[in-house]
Design a protein around this ligand. Structure first.
Ligand SMILES: *Cc1c(COP(=O)(O)O)cnc(C)c1O
Length: 447
């Protein structure tokens, strides 16, 4: 796979090189220049296969020639080893449950895939990198878990103080070892700004900074796989139109869906479902692209006011808003509508939505109301387990969604977070340079 920068200056690189770099040297995001085509007859033959089988085949299609097929197959199966069910919640609406990985959110797909492939690449090169990642909650936990103990990689996770749930904080700040969690006095956008500045900071060049945000193509690619899997699960022939409703923040998930559609999977439309942080819906509606500070909502993993993957999406549509509108509808869902959706879906079907999934379901129902005769199968992406947002669920439904067994002892683990005194890049530079692993070679680790 050849990748070019959205800023158009940096030279093209291989996928393996883009994995190690994270962000392009001109500050842009890597995007594929040529998309492999998925033959419809081949797609039909995959019907009935399990998710790891489909993911492995897609990875070999995209990454052909970068690694031997057996290596790709082995790494994919190690990374994506959990179930990805579609659950029917009403006759025309299915939930694609993406929260059965170790941190109970869809970011496990990208983080675990990136950890395996980047770990393999660094081992081959005999190199060490520091992954710097900004998170509004779920990325940090998925990356902390996905990379814990991976040889050749230190991870520094920046998260906004007081704006992630205690459970999310526990998932990223209790790992220790090669994982450092940094609490930033500010918002997710501050964290993201600090990460971008650190990449351009000459004093940090020696750390070999790399990225694991959805700006990394290594996170985006595996997210495109579950769209193909879902399409196969909810259709019975090539002609069935499918509309995906994607709960969106930084637009990585949506961009991955668009990548899947580019391979030839017949997705008929995407819904970009946001909370009130609706930079993309506003752009689609008015043509004005206005990044702005994020507002806090109950779907906090989507509290993004300056979505970095917009640059990739925009490149796919050649900068044309009309072209983007032909493929994507934007929908803004308020907290009140999200809460009502949690109650109404539970009353109608007994299904417990988390706030992010509820945004997607609400947007899907609104879309259906505007297209009553369309006949499409609607698939809403369930991006987090409802137990991660127990406060909201308990307030709306009067019940506490149980955590899976393996997570029940979270509150007893000590927090190892480091506080950043202020949200300026100089302070972060000092902190990064003062970490023991910045100067000493890292201790031996598990593979
Ligand atoms: C990150 C996240 C989102 C938003 O996904 P993007 O790829 O940033 O648009 C939605 N839901 C949950 C639970 C998330 O963690």
């Amino acid at each position: 796979m050849r990748l070019v920068s959205t800023n158009g200056v940096a030279p093209p690189v291989s996928f393996r090189e883009a994995l190690v770099r994270g962000i392009a040297p001109d500050g842009g995001l890597y995007r594929p220049t040529a998309i492999p085509r998925l033959d419809p007859a081949v797609l039909e033959r995959w019907r009935g296969l399990g998710f790891p089988d489909i993911a492995s085949r897609l990875a070999r299609l995209w990454l052909h020639g970068e690694w031997p097929d057996e290596t790709i197959d082995r790494l994919v199966r190690a990374a994506l080893d959990f179930s990805v069910p579609t659950v029917t919640i009403d006759p025309s609406l299915a939930m694609l449950e993406l929260f059965h990985g170790p941190t109970l959110a869809f970011k496990d797909f990208g983080a675990r895939f990136l950890a395996r492939f980047l770990g393999d690449e660094l081992a081959a090169r005999g190199e060490h990198v520091t992954i710097l990642v900004a998170t509004s909650g779920d990325t940090g936990s998925a990356v902390a878990r996905g990379f814990a103990g991976v040889e050749g990689i230190s991870v520094v996770v920046l998260y906004p103080a007081g704006r992630v749930s205690p459970f999310q904080e526990s998932q990223m700040a209790t790992m220790g070892g090669n994982i450092t969690a940094v609490r930033v006095p500010g918002t997710f956008d501050d964290c993201q700004r600090l990460v971008k500045a650190a990449f351009l900071e000459p004093a940090l060049a020696g750390l070999r900074l790399s990225s694991a945000n959805s700006i990394s193509i290594g996170r985006l690619l595996p997210q495109s796989f579950y769209y193909v899997h879902a399409w196969l699960c909810v259709t019975d022939g090539e002609k069935t139109p499918v509309v995906f409703s994607v709960p969106s923040g930084n637009l990585g998930n949506l961009t991955a869906g668009v990548m899947a559609a580019q391979t030839g999977v017949p997705v008929s439309h995407f819904i970009a479902a946001t909370n009130v942080n609706d930079v993309l819906p506003e752009y689609l509606e008015t043509g004005a692209y206005r990044p702005r500070p994020a507002l806090a909502t109950i779907s906090n993993a989507m509290d993004v006011g300056d979505p970095s993957n917009f640059a990739r999406l925009n490149a796919v549509y050649g900068g044309s808003r009309e072209a983007m509108r032909g493929a994507i509808s934007g929908m803004t869902v308020s907290d009140a509508e999200t809460r009502a959706e949690i109650r109404e879906t539970y009353a109608a079907s007994g299904y417990v939505l988390d706030p992010h999934g509820a945004v997607a379901v609400h947007a899907a129902r609104r879309w259906r109301a505007g297209h009553p005769d369309d006949g499409a199968r609607l698939v809403a992406l369930g991006t987090a387990h409802p137990a991660k947002f127990a406060d909201t669920i308990t307030a709306e439904l009067g019940l506490e969604p149980p955590l899976p067994m393996h997570e029940r002892d979270w509150a007893s683990k000590p927090l190892l977070a480091v506080d950043l005194p202020d949200a300026t890049s100089g302070t972060l530079t000092d902190l990064l340079l003062s970490r023991p692993s910045a100067s000493a070679p890292p201790p031996p680790r598990l593979r």
